[in-house]
Design a protein around this ligand. Structure first.
Ligand code: SF4
Length: 349
């Protein structure tokens, strides 16, 4: 049986190159090997943005288009909206019963985020319980693997611990009254670790919406050229004749991720001897970026005004997700002695 993967993104706006190299590119390849479930994580966005969710629906459309443009294929992968599969909320609630508070309080990312997001009031039940919701997302689909970077490992470890704890209490014989060995209700999800490249902003600072220093997947070819031209370079390279140091230049860090090995080698060599100027080097980069983005633009052009097709994709994805979610919840409700109907509730024999 093909192993299953669950991954998701918050719909907080248009996606940029950092999202592409950090996740999407990997997702596109994972489709060849795994049964992929990709979730637009709108409830997750609310854990920190509950006071100002922004234009979540517009963002969802943007994220969906970016995914499809990047090569996420709805014929092979299940694309769905978290809040439209209500079982996420039900499982979140049930897993919360099993989760000791200390597991959440000691999670290193929780403490980090509280400090980083000091301008938001996030000392809430929802924010503390974020790893439980994440566990519910994964467990609901009985995902075997979750693509993560090192920094997300603590969250995944909590999901594994929660799955183990539920299995410990309620994993049982396949049929009551038989001596068959016990079996888990859910698989413990494994990390699918990948080195996630961190892409700096065009100005060398952290990529951030508030700094307006990113290239977006839906930027036009001209915008990409303009943005590439404005990029920071090696600050010590003042004149055209000064040799540069590509190792400290943001333009070169982009070349390493988006240009061919030949161009990377050429820039690496010619920058150090001042055989290439920064203007030409940035033109090369803009070409590489547009080579990547052009096929995405073509796919986007077909879909961006086709609301019926986008709706159809999400409806099919939501239906498939619900079917799997319902299957998991059916087993769990039964193990927890919860009724499936009114008749079930009163028919104790
Ligand atoms: S030539 Fe390219 S790598 Fe070298 S400093 Fe200029 S922009 Fe950076």
């Amino acid at each position: 049986m093909t192993n299953r993967i669950l991954s998701g993104m918050r719909p907080t706006g248009r996606l940029q190159l950092g999202n592409y190299v950090g996740a999407l590119k990997n997702w596109v390849h994972l489709q060849d090997e795994y049964d992929c479930f990709f979730m637009i994580a709108d409830w997750h966005a609310l854990t920190s943005n509950y006071a100002d969710p922004g234009d979540m629906r517009r963002n969802m459309r943007a994220v969906l288009l970016d995914w499809l443009a990047s090569g996420i294929d709805p014929e092979r992968s299940t694309i769905f909206v978290q809040s439209l599969v209500k079982e996420h909320a039900e499982l979140n609630l049930l897993l919360g019963m099993f989760t000791p508070l200390a597991w959440l309080e000691r999670c290193p990312t929780y403490k980090d985020q509280i400090t980083q997001l000091a301008n938001k009031e996030i000392e809430t039940h929802g924010f503390l319980g974020y790893p439980v919701l994440m566990a519910a997302d994964i467990i609901l689909y009985r995902a075997n693997f979750v693509p993560v970077g090192e920094d997300q490992l603590p969250h995944l470890e909590i999901a594994r611990e929660i799955a183990r704890r539920v299995n410990f209490f309620h994993g049982g014989p396949i049929e009551t009254g038989t001596n068959l060995p016990t079996r888990p209700i859910f698989p413990e999800p494994e990390p699918l670790l990948s080195a996630i490249p961190r892409l700096a902003g065009l100005d060398g600072r952290k990529m951030s919406k508030s700094y307006d220093n990113a290239i977006y997947l839906d930027d036009t070819a001209e915008t990409v050229q303009t943005k590439a031209r404005s990029m920071m370079t090696d600050p010590a390279r003042v004149r055209r004749t000064d040799p540069g140091n590509p190792d400290i230049c943001p333009v070169f860090s982009y070349h390493k991720l988006f240009s061919s090995p030949e161009i990377v080698a050429e820039v690496d060599r010619d920058c150090r001897t001042a055989a290439i100027g920064c203007i030409d080097c940035k033109k090369l980069l803009a070409n590489s970026l547009n080579t990547l983005l052009d096929p995405m633009r073509e796919r986007r052009a077909v879909l961006e005004n086709d609301t019926p097709r986008l709706t159809e994709i999400l409806e099919a994805g939501n239906a498939r997700a619900r079917e799997e979610a319902e299957r998991t919840m059916g087993v769990l409700r039964e193990r927890l002695s919860l009724p499936a109907s009114a008749r079930d509730a009163v028919n104790a024999s």
